[in-house]
Design a protein around this ligand. Structure first.
Ligand code: ZN
Ligand code: ZN
Length: 348
């Protein structure tokens, strides 16, 4: 079968011919419906993660960490799933027995963190015709949802959902939330905030098209990310600082913008993995404001997101590509020319 693999960190992935896997005990083979393309893959292909052993030592491996599809075959001991059933795949392999996994926080599993924590991250992922899932625990039935449309829920929705959900107590009526970077994840963040909170949403991006999309999805105000962004953001927040800032870019400039716009007691959630740095000292942020990373999400949160999508409360904007067109699709993503999310659909 065909698979798009990271062969050499620092170089564009390659479409290769690989053996189709067969499910062993407890495993499930998925016919891939959709595999969303993520900006973080571009970082791997630029070699920005040379310090992460599993991305460098495990090559070649199939990229693609936003999977959904149909059950193709189940291994011995797997019950409750049948061939042809549409499923979404929680991409992270929790060991199931560490303290984090016992708490349902598989994304913090330390046992698998060093060896390849998720599909498409050091282990074969979804950019292939078929994909092996280690455990049926990673599968959630999609019901009426189309896997090709649902795939981005596993990262583009789950990642901002995790960051938003743990800050919902800040987002009371009259609160302000700033979303920096409204590409695939940022547009989802705006949708989720609109559904989950009464806070006023302000979107920041370089692209006028993406800002227009954010406005259509529920942003009350938008700010162009240029040299004047800090002042424009103060105007857009009506002089109030933000109770929550979500930085989906994570470069020096966006971290600085986030730091200058967070309110006393507010929170900055950094999702973007661009590796920017921010000087911190006691008085650098507003009093008692905090900053930290937010990484992916939990199986329970994915279940909640699927419920929101099934209820029609959130939706994905998807641009479809064939497996043969994967490199071109990454090129468009890199050039900022994907509206919503690029999804590779290996079976059409
Ligand atoms: Zn991702
Ligand atoms: Zn674990």
């Amino acid at each position: 079968m065909k698979a798009f693999q990271l062969v050499r960190p620092g170089a564009m992935g390659e479409l290769r011919s690989v053996a189709q896997p067969a499910p062993g005990q407890g495993e499930v083979l998925i016919k891939v419906g959709g595999a969303g393309l993520c900006h973080s893959d571009l970082h791997f292909m630029h070699g920005d993660f040379a310090h992460v052993p599993y991305l460098n030592d495990n090559v070649p491996f199939t990229l693609g960490h936003e999977p959904a599809g149909w059950v193709e075959a189940v291994g011995a001991g797997v019950h409750g799933f049948e061939r042809g059933q549409p499923v979404i795949v929680y991409p992270i392999f929790g060991c199931g027995h560490c303290a984090a996994c016992h708490a349902g926080l598989d994304h913090r599993c330390q046992v698998h963190a060093a060896s390849g924590p998720a599909l498409g991250l050091g282990v074969n992922g979804a950019l292939a015709e078929y994909m092996l899932v280690k455990s049926a625990r990673q599968l959630l039935p999609l019901g009426d949802l189309d896997p090709r449309q649902a795939a981005p829920l596993t990262d583009a929705a789950l990642t901002p959902y995790h960051a938003i959900r743990r800050n919902l107590q800040r987002l009371r009526p009259g609160a302000t939330v700033v979303v920096i970077g409204v590409g695939g994840l940022g547009q989802m963040a705006v949708q989720l905030l609109s559904v989950l909170s009464p806070a006023r949403i302000v979107a920041v991006d370089r692209s006028a098209d993406k800002l227009a999309a954010a406005r259509a999805l529920g942003a009350a105000a938008t700010v162009v990310a240029d040299a004047e962004a800090s002042r424009a953001l103060r105007d857009a927040t009506r002089g109030q600082r933000a109770d929550l800032v979500i930085d989906l870019v994570g470069v020096d400039a966006t971290l600085k913008l986030a730091a200058s716009s967070v309110a006393a007691g507010g929170r900055i959630e950094v999702i973007g993995v661009a590796g920017g740095k921010l000087d911190w000292s006691f008085a650098r942020l507003a009093l008692e404001a905090s900053i930290g990373s937010s990484y992916w999400g939990t199986p329970t949160e994915l279940r909640e997101i699927v419920a929101l999508a099934q209820a029609g409360r959130i939706g994905t904007r998807v641009e479809r590509f064939t497996l043969d067109d994967t490199a071109r699709a990454y090129g468009l993503l890199e050039a900022g020319q994907i509206e919503g999310r690029a999804v590779v659909t290996p079976h059409g």
